[in-house]
Design a binder for this molecule. Structure first.
Ligand code: B12
Length: 210
């Protein structure tokens, strides 16, 4: 089935894409459905980039459209269940990777669900994660990354937390690009998640268990 929003994003009709998202919001469409359409569109933009039909400017434009749409959608998600702080979470995009749109959505969803989230930003060095975990003593560390090389950075970060004697104090989840059980095992993280709701559900499970 073709989706007008997906097509508009993929075809770089940025104003139209934002207008369609606005209309859907006005019509009461579930914000998660709108984000799912964005994800499909980004996957197709990624495919075209890989096949040489699109270049970095298209990635940038698609990223900007997605950011505009997620800004529209975010306020609708505040109903999720803002309640007392559940647990402190340190979040960041790992070393060598600057993709932050997915991470920012994860930040937002954790925040509105009552977690205290400290966002370290993008291209976060292994040492910064170690320093911040030592200083802030979070219960959970959330590592984001969209590049294949991010898997190495995730693994290095987990190993460095271990070496610093901090691994036993935290649960670690990873997410971003193509993550699965194999990647989780490679990195040494405790869990992986495919979207922001998975991050929230995992964090809820962990904060209730500890
Ligand atoms: C937009 C984009 C960019 C933008 C990023 C803008 C920004 N501020 O983030 C720009 C133009 C900067 C960019 C740059 C590059 N990019 Co880029 N980019 C993309 C694109 C098209 C979309 C990514 C995105 O934002 N998706 C939208 C979000 C919302 O997606 P989402 O997956 O639904 O997000 C959810 C999950 O990821 C999850 N999640 C995220 N973090 C976490 C964390 C945890 C703990 C959990 C549980 C869940 C979780 O929750 C999110 C919300 O629900 C992807 C293609 C794709 N298929 O993803 C390529 C892609 C990721 N980029 C790619 C490449 C190659 C690059 C460049 C190297 C290009 C270049 N030659 O310069 C550079 C790398 C720069 C760097 N060092 O990081 C490749 C990566 C290939 C690979 N496997 O390594 C991809 C896959 C494109 C492709 N198919 O080739 N890129």
């Amino acid at each position: 089935m073709t989706d007008q929003l997906v097509e508009a994003i993929v075809d770089m009709r940025d104003d139209e894409a934002v207008a369609i998202a606005r209309d859907r919001i006005a019509a009461g469409t579930d914000p998660l459905e709108i984000l799912a359409a964005c994800r499909d569109a980004m996957a197709e933009v990624g495919n075209r980039f890989e096949s040489g039909d699109y270049f970095v400017p298209e990635l940038i434009l698609a990223g900007e459209v997605l950011r505009s749409i997620s800004e529209l959608v975010k306020p609708l998600m505040t109903g999720a269940s803002a309640q007392a702080t559940k647990a402190r979470i340190v979040l960041g995009t790992v070393a060598g990777d600057i993709h932050d749109i997915g991470k920012d959505i994860v930040f937002f969803m954790l925040d509105v669900n009552g977690f205290e989230v400290i966002d370290l930003g993008v291209d976060v060095s292994v040492q910064t994660f170690v320093d911040k975990v030592g200083e802030l003593k979070p219960k959970i560390v959330a590592l984001s990354g969209f590049l294949t090389l991010a898997y190495d950075s995730m693994r290095d970060t987990v190993k460095a937390l271990e070496a610093a004697g901090l691994r036993g104090d935290v649960k670690i989840m990873i997410g971003g690009g193509v993550v699965d059980e194999q990647v989780r095992a490679f990195t040494g993280a405790d869990a992986f998640g495919l979207d922001a709701m998975a991050a929230v559900n995992r964090a809820k499970g962990w904060s209730e268990a500890v």
